[in-house]
Design a binder for this molecule. Structure first.
Ligand code: ASP
Length: 463
């Protein structure tokens, strides 16, 4: 049995929904279908989820919202009119949209979550009707019926009990259509995952229903070995491991939500990323490590500019007991998590995800560190990018670091930090943000284009 998830662009209009229906009908194993809300039909279009956020904000601020309700409803009507869905289905969608402000919510966070979730909830109802009209019996299943339990209204995490609930879900001949992106709190309120969270629902269902495969249909042919915006002819990755995907998504491989892979890993369910517009292509298969034999040292290269770093220097730092503890206490005080902390004999760099920090927090945090730890140098470095070079085969080949650094040196790109993960399947580099794209390009060229032997495993070293 396969769990199949379709992203917002795959369900953006009737023509796309038609393709999705063909994909579902072409394989009887595609039993469980997860839908996103209708996404963008063209570059300037607005996703239904963003329209619902606007609707929620209008209600919170007491503003007029009828125009926005019409705009949202039009999206569903356009899809429904491509199929002969009963009028009652569309009437029901409209009624539910209009009724959203009349429901009671514990607070505005829950109100926001409930409004957002209706993008997928109404789309799943509509999709089940379209599929049934097209000759394949389908049933809409609400996360409350399936027992998908989460902990907080926005940016929720799934509760373990969900998997026991899903194991009890019985199904027969018909296909099951689940809305992605949300579950329910123990109090029975709607809670949404992070943006892009329909991927998470798909993964939870794949684990909970013990699927053989989780197919994730999107609008790209595969995951590529480098961002095609930087390297236009980057090779598609045919097969990679869960670990490789985790490491790459960390530095911006954003094909699907990076939390989404975790339930699939826990259930050891392989993921196949495929293109709705090109469903016969193999896409990218992401598998457990035990099902993978590496043929080359480097699978993919990614870069992200979303980082900042704090550099501290003080003599004999390595001898001082409790230095890092004091820093961590300060981070804890400001509720800040860090990404990495490479250290040397007299110095230490702490790398942060910039999106969680505002100017004021940085100022206060640096001030406390200066007072409590009295470093000789304290520099806040806003201009920080991380490059990840990832490959399961890396540990079976000597000299990968040299091959990463050489093209950078040849192009005068300086490297501020190098860190090889304990798993030995990734090497992380810190560079200036303005160098990041060029670094990806030159490393890619060196491994994938200039000399094919650089990215081949000649022998299996000790692993
Ligand atoms: N509709 C939600 C979003 O736009 C979730 C998803 O599409 O996966 O973030």
């Amino acid at each position: 049995m396969k769990v199949v998830k379709f992203g917002g662009s795959s369900l953006a209009d009737a023509a796309h929904v038609q393709k999705v229906i063909q994909i579902v009908q072409s394989d009887p194993e595609r039993k469980v279908i997860v839908t996103s809300a209708p996404g963008k039909r063209f570059a300037e279009d607005v996703k239904v989820t963003d329209l619902l956020i606007k609707y929620a904000n209008a209600i919170i601020n007491g503003s007029e919202a009828s125009t926005i309700v019409e705009t949202i409803f039009d999206r569903y009507q356009q899809i429904g009119s491509g199929f002969d869905v009963p009028k009652s289905v569309l009437d029901d969608i409209k009624a539910k949209l209009i009724a959203l402000p009349t429901q009671s919510y514990p607070n505005d966070d829950y109100l926001m979550a409930a409004f957002k979730a209706h993008g997928e909830r109404l789309n799943a109802e509509l999709f089940a009707a379209c599929l049934t009209e097209s000759g394949t019996k389908a049933r809409f299943i609400d996360p409350s019926e399936a027992g998908i339990l989460c902990d907080n209204p926005n940016g929720a995490t799934v509760l373990e009990q969900t998997y026991a609930n899903l194991a009890n879900l019985s199904y027969g001949e018909e296909r099951l259509v689940f809305p992605g992106f949300f579950g329910f709190t123990l109090d029975g309120n709607i809670a949404t995952f992070a943006r892009g969270g329909s991927d998470i629902t798909g993964s939870i269902l794949a684990r909970g229903l013990n699927a053989d495969l989780y197919e994730n249909f999107t609008d790209v042919d595969a995951i590529f070995s480098a961002n095609p915006k930087i390297v236009p002819d980057a090779q598609p990755i045919h097969k990679m491991t869960f670990r490789e995907m985790r490491e790459l998504s960390y530095a911006g491989f954003s094909v699907f939500n990076d939390e989404a892979i975790i339930p699939a890993i826990q259930g050891q369910v392989p993921i196949n990323v495929k293109n709705t517009n090109n469903p016969n292509l193999p896409g990218t298969l992401i598998v457990p490590e035990k099902d993978f034999t590496s043929k080359k040292p480097v699978t993919g290269i990614a870069a992200s500019n979303r980082f900042s770093a704090l550099y501290l220097h003080r003599y004999l730092l390595n001898k001082e007991v409790g230095f890092t503890l004091k820093i961590l206490q300060i981070l804890y005080k400001y509720d800040v998590s860090y990404e990495h902390m490479p250290s040397g004999i007299d110095d230490l760099t702490i790398i942060f995800d910039r999106s969680q920090l505002d100017h004021d927090t940085i100022k206060k945090m640096c001030h406390d560190i200066q007072i409590e730890l009295n470093p000789d140098t304290l520099d806040w470095i806003d201009d920080y990018a991380i490059i990840m070079v990832v490959g399961e085969g890396m540990r079976a080949r000597v000299g990968t670091i040299e091959n990463i650094i050489r093209p950078l040196a040849e192009h005068d790109i300086s490297v501020h930090m190098i860190n090889q993960g304990a798993s030995r399947i990734s090497i992380m580099l810190g560079t200036r943000q303005s160098d990041a794209d060029a670094a990806v390009k030159y490393i890619y060229q060196h491994f994938f284009k200039e000399d094919p032997s650089v990215n081949q495993l000649e022998y299996q070293a000790e692993v």
